[in-house]
Design a protein around this ligand. Structure first.
Ligand code: NDP
Ligand code: MG
Length: 384
């Protein structure tokens, strides 16, 4: 029996993780849950899973939860360090990091420092500080949840690290891959939130539409699998059936396939190195019909260029790119900027920032604060 904590249990990955845990009750005990604002859903989860701990940074919401469970003895951890605190509880074996954004970084670091398994969906922590996160991780202490990286992780089991020629990360292309380039500036948040193959949280759905998600995944792959930039390719594959591939030095290409369902990589991260039964939509290639592939269009989707730049140059670029993107995506969702301006703002912040080649954690966090402030200043001038 393994004890798991889910950071961000009320989100898309969090809910899928609870579904996996519900089906594997004899293997996993959910001992910790966390959310940001959706306290009613968190309350339902507390009722069902009876965790020992919950982490919630808003003390007003804590009162609401206590009001709903006057006799429940769940221990509430609150305050801005609540995620770091919950992962450090001694009973915890596995931490599923399913929060969105930079808030995941300190908790990822604390998890690794405590020697616990990190099932990582929060790619932002690797994008910001991959060099720090990976330096703390022992072999297989980080298990990827992101479907592409799970696919690569699974495919890599067919060979040794020295035998890898390259990885090929697949991308659905999002809702606008074939949309006329000149019309991209007019797409609305509602259009951008309609992803063709995956149901996800708002931020990653917008990232998928700009292809910034793929940029983040290039950086994530570099750190997780210790790859050179020349070893990371991206191919557009609209059906999202092949989740990614590894080409080995003898020309063999190993792919991991399946119907798009995040429960598959989540469960694999939890049960690794074993596999357990999971009820998923049946895999029927004849009904899928065609699997198609295209070269990515870096001019139409310049986020990809930024992803390669951040992966190549490293330093503080990842932290700047991530923070600027978080703010720009929110500004787009709030109707303040156009779709195409998301990546333009990110690019400007990357170009304008004071680059540090080997940043320590404080440098990374300072870069994150700088980028958020700088882009907010730029947006404020624009809006007012
Ligand atoms: P969601 O927006 O659906 O969920 C985010 C979760 O994080 C929610 O539980 C939310 O709480 C919580 N949260 C948000 N902000 C904070 C904060 N400041 N402090 C503490 N908790 C916070 O996101 P997803 O589940 O889609 O994505 C989560 C992560 O997984 C992201 O890093 C994403 O890139 C990655 N990922 C997601 C995939 C997917 O299919 N969704 C696929 C691959 C990777 P509340 O509900 O209260 O707002
Ligand atoms: Mg992915």
């Amino acid at each position: 029996m393994k004890n798991i904590v889910i950071l961000g249990s009320t989100g898309s990955i969090g809910k899928n993780t609870l579904e996996v845990a519900r089906n594997l009750k004899d293997k996993f005990r959910v001992i910790g849950l966390s959310s940001n604002s959706r306290w009613e859903l968190l309350s339902d989860q507390i009722e069902e899973f009876k965790p020992t701990y919950i982490a919630l940074n808003d003390s007003k919401l804590v009162e609401k939860i206590k009001g709903r469970f006057p006799n429940n003895n769940v221990k509430v951890i609150t305050g801005s360090n609540c995620l770091e605190e919950i992962v450090q509880k001694k009973e915890v074996d596995i931490v599923v990091s399913a929060v969105v954004g930079a808030v995941g970084l300190p908790a990822a670091i604390a998890t690794l420092q405590q020697g616990k398994i990190l099932a990582l969906a929060n790619k932002e922590s690797l994008v910001m500080a991959g060099h720090i996160v990976m330096s703390l991780a022992k072999k297989n202490q980080i298990l990827p949840v992101d479907s592409e990286h799970s696919a690569i992780f699974q495919s890599l089991q067919s060979g040794k690290p020295g035998e890898i020629k390259r990885v090929i990360i697949t991308a659905s292309g999002g809702p606008f891959y074939d949309y006329p380039r000149e019309k991209l500036c007019d797409v609305s948040p509602a259009q951008a939130l309609k992803h063709p193959t995956w149901q996800m949280g708002q931020k990653i759905t917008i990232d998928s539409a700009t292809l910034m998600n793929k940029a983040l995944e290039i950086i994530e792959a570099k750190w997780l699998f210790d790859l050179k930039i020349e070893q990371i390719d991206v191919v557009i594959h609209p059906q999202s059936i092949i989740h990614s591939m590894v080409e080995f030095c003898d020309g063999s290409v190993i792919a991991q396939m399946g119907m798009p369902d995040m429960k598959v990589p989540i469960q694999y991260a939890l049960t690794y190195p074993e596999r357990k039964a999971l009820s998923v939509k049946s895999f029927d290639l004849s009904s899928i019909g065609n699997l198609t592939f295209k070269k990515p269009d870096m001019e139409k989707f310049p986020a990809l260029k930024l992803g390669y730049q951040a992966a190549r140059e490293g330093g503080t670029i990842g932290a700047i790119l991530n923070a600027a993107n978080e703010v720009a995506v929110q500004a787009f969702l709030d109707g303040h900027i156009r779709f195409t301006e998301i990546v333009s703002y990110v690019e400007k912040m990357v170009n304008d920032h004071h680059f540090i080649k080997n940043p320590c954690l404080e440098d990374v966090l300072a870069a994150d604060i700088w980028a958020r402030q700088e882009i907010k200043n730029a947006l404020f001038k624009r809006i007012n």
